[in-house]
Design a protein around this ligand. Structure first.
Ligand code: ATP
Ligand code: MG
Length: 626
């Protein structure tokens, strides 16, 4: 754990890179290993800029030679010096610029790789709540956008602003050498131009940002529409979708026009300012020449310099606009990704040692969004090797209970102990490597089936993978696919049926073989026959593991050692299946409603009190059952 001095509450996981939270510091942090290369590029760019700006100087020398040479002398002999200078300068420009290009090619991809890598490593340590609040696609987009913008910002400074600064200073110095008044005229123009361009760019920034935001919003709408295209087809709403999108495209159009019209104003300024400089310099230099204050060569050089400065200046105002956009992108990425980590290991966290698998909740109070409590002073002990079923209405807190054991969220008060060790004091890595979870709707990597199953044990051989698949009843359907274990499963596993996905998830957990196993509706997508065989295999694999199984279909957990009945965050009944039936309470009512998978013959009586609690629907099982 570490804190940032600027934000006292800022928490960063020890494994995460120490990324600064300010955009400029972040850019410098990414550039750190490349400081020598950046310096080299800066030197090469200086050489290139100086080379190109000295060309008019060589032309001056040439012109002066032309003006002063009587026609009879050997032309080549007389022009040798200025010609050599011109050739040398051109050669220098080529060498400097292409060397700088070579450094850029070496450094650019490395810089981008480093930025993406750092951001991804930082992102990995965020909590499930963070990932619940941010779209996966948007985060991935942010990483690549930020990495790209760090590069562009760097190039803007090294390859654009710096050479322009060199060009401006060298030109002004050369002109001051020719004639002070001319030098001061161009210097004044440059100063005004830079200030006005900068000011215009800052004024344009909100428009550009709004345009970028609108573009990304429209992009999001298109992605959503494409994702749901089957829904649109099923509801015969294709024209509706086009109309819906048109509205957003119109907004984008307006925003684009606003931005482009503003940029057009900037261009008006540029063209006018350029004309003033061109005509001003030529007129002024002409006057000076007439008055005999400067030579023909100096006149030619001044005009040449004016044209060069104008070319660079025109670049400058466009570069300013882009530069602000890049910096804005970096700021945006930094703000989204480099946030305080919610759940981190304490500084001297120890690995959790699970030998028996006893789980204890001690006065646990928990709320996702205070003040609405899910658990208020929850106390329960799950003994080593005990197999416990959790039942209760939808929203009663079953998934929250296992979320807390997995430390996906941290309780506001109380402790959760595994083998008498507080899980908040242990490393998350050790906790997660010793607890397995099969979620209700497992998501798979878009990798081969073999890799997905082998995820439970990275060094598993083919035989082990095959055995796990067999136990999870996945072998048959895998054998029926042409590529078998090598076939890819599609994004999140969409190319498999819900039940097939679930069986892959079961197989990978069987390979992981952790001492504590949690099943959140793990077999809910399976038909009863498959479920029964997998259940038997699971029972066998479970051995003496501690097992927590959530199920809406009560028959799947009736045979377990113990059943906890949840109601609104409280455990209202606790015991074996038969004991709970004998009690004729909450569990009994659920059971009779589901007996044999049919609705009961007679309406089950519900007490007034409970009926109100469940909004009058207490006799209805959860929506997952309907
Ligand atoms: N990420 C979350 N943020 C805020 N509230 C949440 C979140 N997850 C669950 N809740 C709320 O916490 C309460 C308990 O939810 P939980 O998911 O534990 O119920 P459950 O018993 O698992 O229900 P189900 O049988 O439908 O899976 C519910 O009121 C739910 O709305
Ligand atoms: Mg749940």
């Amino acid at each position: 754990m570490s804190t940032s001095s600027s934000q006292p509450d800022f928490r960063r996981a020890a494994e995460a890179p120490p990324l600064p939270t300010r955009p400029w510091r972040f850019i410098l942090f990414c550039l750190r290993p490349f400081s020598w290369l950046s310096l080299l590029m800066l030197l090469l760019e200086t050489g290139q800029a100086a080379g190109s700006i000295l060309v008019p100087y060589a032309i001056k020398a040439l012109m002066d030679a032309v003006a002063s040479q009587p026609s009879s002398t050997d032309i080549l002999e007389a022009f040798r010096q200025p010609l050599l200078l011109l050739a040398g300068l051109n050669l220098a420009e080529i060498i400097f610029s292409r060397s700088s290009g070579a450094v850029l090619i070496t450094m650019g991809p490395l810089l981008r790789q480093r930025t993406s890598r750092l951001l991804f490593a930082y992102l990995q340590n965020h909590s499930p709540r963070y990932f619940g609040n941010h779209f996966a696609g948007a985060l991935a987009h942010r990483i690549s956008e930020t990495a790209m913008s760090v590069n562009h910002t760097t190039w803007s400074i090294i390859c654009d602003f710096w050479p322009i600064a060199v060009t401006f200073s060298v030109s002004v110095t050369l002109l001051l050498g020719v004639h002070q008044g001319l030098g001061l005229f161009v210097a004044g123009w440059v100063l005004m131009y830079v200030l006005v361009s900068y000011w215009l760019a800052t004024r344009c920034q909100p428009y550009a940002q709004d345009f970028a935001a609108t573009r990304s919003m429209v992009n999001g709408k298109i992605v959503d529409a494409v994702t749901n295209i089957l829904n649109a087809k099923l509801f015969a709403r294709l024209p509706h979708e086009r109309g819906y999108l048109d509205g957003f495209l119109d907004t984008e159009l307006k925003s684009a026009r606003r931005t482009f019209w503003y940029m057009e104003r900037v261009r008006w300024f540029q063209f006018t300012a350029a004309a003033i400089l061109k005509i001003g310099t030529i007129g002024y230099a002409l006057q000076l020449w007439q008055a005999g204050e400067i030579s023909v060569g100096a006149f030619a050089m001044s005009t040449g310099l004016a044209i060069l400065v104008i070319g660079d200046a025109r670049n400058l105002s466009r570069r300013f606009l882009e530069f602000f956009e890049y910096v804005g992108n970096v700021a945006n990425g930094v703000e989204t990704i480099i946030q305080s980590h919610e759940i981190i290991d304490i500084p001297d966290a120890k690995p959790l040692l699970i030998s028996k698998g006893r789980i204890e909740f001690k006065n646990v109070c928990f709320s996702y969004e205070p003040p609405r409590l899910v658990f208020d002073q929850l106390n329960v002990v799950i003994e080593p090797g005990q197999r416990v079923g959790l039942v209760g209405f939808s929203g009663s807190g079953k998934s929250t209970f296992v979320n807390l054991i997995l430390r996906n969220f941290e309780p506001q008060a109380g402790q959760i102990l595994v083998d008498d060790q507080d899980i908040n004091l242990a490393t998350q890595e050790s906790l997660h490597s010793q607890i397995s979870l099969i979620p209700q709707d497992p998501s798979l990597f878009h990798r081969s089936l073999k890799e997905n199953i082998g995820y439970g044990k990275l060094d598993a051989d083919d035989e082990q993978i095959r055995t796990a698949a067999k136990l999870a009843h996945a072998e048959e359907f895998i054998a029926a696919i042409p590529e078998g274990y090598e076939s890819l499963v599609g994004e999140r596993g969409v190319k498999l049926s819900g039940g097939q996905r679930q069986r892959i998830a079961i197989a990978r957990v069987m390979l992981k073989d952790a001492p504590i196993l949690i099943l959140d509706e793990a077999t809910s997508s399976l038909d009863s026959v498959t479920e029964k065989t997998i259940q038997e295999n699971l029972d066998r694999v479970m051995g003496r593991k501690t097992v927590i199984a959530i199920a809406h279909r009560l028959s799947t957990i009736a045979h377990l050692d113990r059943i906890l009945v949840f109601d609104q965050g409280r455990i209202v009944e606790d015991g074996r299946h038969q004991e709970l039936l004998d009690k004729q309470g909450f569990y009994y009512r659920l059971w009779t409603m589901q007996a044999g998978g049919f609705l009961p013959d007679e309406v089950v009586e519900v007490s007034e009190n409970e009926n109100q609690k469940q909004g009058g629907n207490a006799v209805l099982p959860s929506d997952a059952e309907q």
